[in-house]
Design a protein. Structure first.
Length: 641
């Protein structure tokens, strides 16, 4: 995406992330003068206009509620808005490493550090839960360790609810399968204890280097979450204290009522463990009793050759896992009637005397997840067939440029259908306001004018430009693999322009308007008529100066580049005399400094690193002329000689 692209009041700088929900950009807010992360929220393909409108309204309401969360361990949401048909969230831009970087056996953190980071996440969850907000998608990829390596921030509050077009409606599954609670899988109403379970999974993975509920397929993972107990930490790594098994057993209880009652209770248990090691001497058998043994409790998943029996109390629990299994990531609706019935009754059975038979539901899994589903060419939320339907059907799935299809035999209905998606030809609907804009792809005119369906052969990214006489060009980088369903652009009237010529100044000066680089002195720039604030940056002198200029339509205005006042700095080290000097975050020269490179007048941040690794940081207000300081590495400060 080009530097000049503007979304709302934000100036988009670069793409910093992509996912099933959309794209994340690094952007600049000129009103406040800060960088933000700008996240797009795309609607599900095939969704009806009324559904899209309802989901947008619900999402904006929930995201605004999440925007009220102000906590040191939560990434703050600043703004929710719509621009040219796309929904955006502006949030705090933070830098660091995702917690998922520390979840393999080769990258594990020290157990105490892992526990302390999770405690920060629990503090954030407790704060949100007290305000009625449940995250619903706690996972290592939504937890970031900041650059100080000590602070954890929870991301995507208010965003995790929009895992697909369906948000918080009952009967929909939203989340990432390995970290979902049993009640979340079953589509039951959620409270903060669901987040407690997910954070328990995260802590287990941070300590063990493996997930407590592993599996090669989504169905296996979900079955294990519903029915299996995880291996104890003592089995996975004997170095870990047994007391942690006791805590994790409570956090990962299948029944929410058996878990910690709140995130705060989970946090307090971990704090007590760190302070006292209260359960270190507990025998392993006592820990194992916390997890109910799977032996004799549940049989393995039935194969296709096993004759189905009338479900009893235990087999009803199995059906919750298999019959109510909804595609995670595809976010499918279980038939409303099925949700109203007993969890143990399979499709097609009768509930109560004289009751009608329920439709049969098929769980559809796509690879990758997140696809829109079509049954016999019609968009659907879930694949359900009437009890007496024995006809063949075609199920199709589309995710942007990826497509897959499978045949479904109503006479031999399967409970789960897996559809792999592969790149293939597709058409991207493109509209503009006003219409009639030419579609230019990678600089080549396609001959199409909006509204149009742009044919593409696969998933290769491309640049799309819309040109219409009298309107400013509209450019966007399109990545079909992100699942873009359609594009709609509002073309702005092309503003009147004038010329600005900058004279004087050195070749070391760069000229910016906001964050957009215009060029260097000696060049002429074509700019919209009106006032402009230009920043002259001399990276050699580490200085910047602002100038305002008014550009008149159809005229050329001259502006002289400002001169930078400078001073010479002399810097010495003691008792270590050699090292490296960084000024304003960038390498400057080796120690000692002998005034060979001047600096612009003003405040500068110095970081001096001695050859033995010791660092001293200080601020130096440089004035015109010569000035000297001595860095005392023993005392950790710089002072005048």
């Amino acid at each position: 995406m080009e530097e000049s692209v503007q979304v709302g009041r934000y100036q988009v700088q670069e793409v910093i992330g992509k996912g099933a929900m959309g794209v994340v950009y690094l952007a600049y807010d000129p009103q406040i003068g800060r960088r933000v992360a700008l996240k797009t929220i795309r609607p599900a393909e095939g969704a009806r206009p009324q559904e899209v409108a309802e989901n947008r309204e619900r999402f904006q309401r929930e995201a605004r509620a999440a925007g009220s969360l102000l906590h040191p361990n939560i990434v703050t949401i600043f703004d929710v808005f719509e621009d040219r048909g796309t929904l955006y969230i502006a949030m705090e831009y933070v830098q660091g490493r995702l917690l998922e970087d520390f979840c393999s056996k080769k990258t594990l953190l020290a157990p105490e550090r892992a526990v302390r980071l999770v405690m920060q996440g629990l503090a954030a969850l407790q704060y949100a839960h007290k305000r009625g907000i449940v995250h619903r998608d706690i996972k290592p990829a939504n937890l970031m360790v900041l650059e100080d390596e000590e602070t954890l921030k929870v991301m995507d509050f208010g965003v995790a609810r929009e895992a697909g077009a369906h948000l918080t409606q009952a009967g929909f599954v939203v989340g990432t399968p390995h970290y979902m609670s049993p009640e979340q899988i079953e589509g039951r109403p959620l409270d903060g204890r669901s987040d407690v379970f997910s954070m328990g999974v995260v802590l287990y993975e941070l300590l063990a280097g493996e997930r407590p509920f592993p599996g090669e397929s989504i169905s296996t993972v979900i079955y294990r979450i519903l029915h299996d107990r995880p291996a104890s930490l003592a089995e996975v790594s004997p170095r870990l204290p047994r007391a942690l098994d006791h805590i994790l057993a409570k956090a990962l209880a299948k029944d929410p009522s058996q878990r910690f009652a709140s995130a705060q209770a989970f946090q307090e248990a971990l704090a007590e463990f760190l302070e006292t090691g209260a359960w270190e001497d507990q025998p392993l058998s006592a820990v194992e009793e916390t997890f109910p043994s799977g032996e004799g409790l549940l049989p393995p998943p039935p194969s296709a050759r096993i004759r189905r029996k009338r479900p009893g109390r235990l087999s009803r629990r199995i059906w919750v896992g298999a019959g109510l299994l909804i595609t995670v990531g595809v976010v499918l609706l279980v038939a409303t009637a099925l949700l109203r019935g007993r969890a143990g009754d399979p499709p097609g059975t009768t509930i109560g005397a004289g009751a009608e038979k329920l439709p049969r539901a098929v769980s559809v899994v796509t690879d990758p997840p997140g696809a829109s589903l079509f049954l016999d060419g019609q968009p659907v939320d879930a694949v359900t067939l009437a009890v007496d339907d024995r006809a063949p059907h075609v199920v199709e799935a589309r995710l942007g440029c990826r497509y897959g299809r499978a045949e479904l035999d109503g006479a031999r209905l399967v409970s789960m259908l897996t559809i792999p998606l592969t790149p293939g030809p597709f058409r991207l609907p493109v509209a503009s306001d006003p219409p009639g804009a030419s579609l230019i792809v990678n600089g080549v005119d396609t001959g199409l004018k909006t509204p149009a369906e742009l044919p593409r052969d696969g998933c290769e990214p491309f640049q799309l430009e819309l040109r219409l006489e009298g309107s400013a060009p509209y450019r966007i980088d399109v990545d079909p693999s992100s699942g873009t369903a359609s594009l709609s652009a509002v073309l702005e009237k092309e503003p009147e322009k004038g010329s600005l010529r900058v004279v004087g100044g050195s070749d070391n000066i760069q000229i910016f308007e906001g964050t957009r680089l215009l060029g260097r002195p000696g060049q002429t720039f074509i700019l919209p008529a009106g006032e402009h604030v230009l920043t002259f940056v001399n990276s050699t002198l580490r200085g910047s100066i602002e100038r305002r200029v008014v550009v008149e339509a159809g005229a050329t205005v001259s502006l002289r580049a400002p001169e930078f006042r400078t001073g010479r700095v002399f810097l010495y080290g003691t008792p270590v005399e050699d090292g490296k000097v960084a000024v304003d975050g960038e390498y400057f020269e080796d120690l000692p400094l002998i005034g060979s490179q001047p600096l612009s007048v003003g405040s500068h941040r110095f970081v001096v690193t001695a050859s033995d690794g010791r660092k001293v940081a200080f601020t130096w207000n440089v004035r015109e002329g010569d000035q000297t300081r001595v860095v005392d590495f023993d005392a950790g400060r710089a002072q005048a000689p």
